[in-house]
Design a binder for this molecule. Structure first.
Ligand SMILES: *[C@@H]1O[C@H](CO)[C@@H](O)[C@H](O)[C@H]1NC(C)=O
Ligand SMILES: *[C@@H]1O[C@H](CO)[C@@H](O)[C@H](O)[C@H]1NC(C)=O
Length: 226
């Protein structure tokens, strides 16, 4: 009885929040630590040439295992071939990445990040929304809140827990070609929209599969004039 209880307790405990970060860090080699802090773009693991069929998994398993198992890479970003993929294809991509990760010594899940910046724009048939400059023009944070929730839900549904948005560079130069990705020239409005976007995307619980982690970007060396 006691043994059974201990096994159950351990299972519950081990599968929840019981990871001892200090012990894990102490067990890692320098190469493993450097690898965990390395994020590579999808190009590094992609099949070439691009498969004609959008149902085909675009991951080259040889390249994937080299990155994850030989180089200890901890994170991957971007969409294959710079085009939107089917939701089913994304799920295949994330599955083979996590399957490869499960063969690694430490089995720390690989973090995948994607730029869902005006809706989940790299998922076919996801809802596309206006870019941030137009949302700022509405002066309506509630719209931003709803859009962030829909974008998070659709991004998380393909197995991606991290969205590289919102862009919080203040747009100062109208001829800068990426001005449309900002919330414009007013720091108060940009800050307010950014706050609402982050809160609505992350919620209070990242285990909730409607939510994603966000990334405030780009700041240093970005925007124009610098
Ligand atoms: C996968 O990558 C390996 C190593 O570069 C290469 O030899 C092989 O042809 C690639 N396969 C595909 C389908 O791209
Ligand atoms: C998960 O988050 C969504 C959106 O923030 C919310 O509507 C839902 O109630 C949450 N689910 C749970 C189980 O907390």
């Amino acid at each position: 009885m006691m043994a059974k209880f201990c096994v159950l307790f351990c299972l519950w405990f081990c599968l929840t929040d019981a990871i001892d970060i200090d012990a894990l860090l102490n067990s890692m080699s320098l190469e493993e630590k450097c690898g965990q802090m390395t994020q590579v773009t999808f190009d590094v693991i992609q099949k070439l040439p691009q498969p004609a069929d959008f149902d085909e998994n675009p991951v080259n398993l040889t390249l994937l295992e080299y990155a994850i198992l030989e180089k200890n890479v901890g994170s991957i970003l971007n969409t294959p071939y710079n085009v939107a993929q089917k939701a089913e294809t994304w799920q295949k991509i994330i599955k083979v990445i996590q399957d490869a990760t499960a063969k690694s010594r430490l089995r720390i899940p690989t973090i995948y990040g994607l730029d869902s910046i005006h809706g989940a724009n790299y998922i076919q048939e996801a809802v596309l929304f206006p870019h941030s400059i137009s949302l700022a023009g509405s002066f309506n944070p509630e719209l931003t809140r709803k859009i962030a929730q829909i974008t998070s839900l659709e991004t998380r549904a393909i197995g991606v827990p991290w969205n590289f948005n919102p862009v919080l560079d203040v747009g100062r130069q109208p001829v800068w070609p990426r001005l449309f990705e900002t919330y414009g020239e007013d720091p108060y409005l940009a800050g307010r929209m950014g706050e609402v976007y982050v809160q609505a995307s992350q919620g209070n619980d990242l285990k909730n599969r409607s939510n994603v982690a966000t990334c405030l970007k780009h700041y240093i060396g970005y925007s124009f004039p610098f």
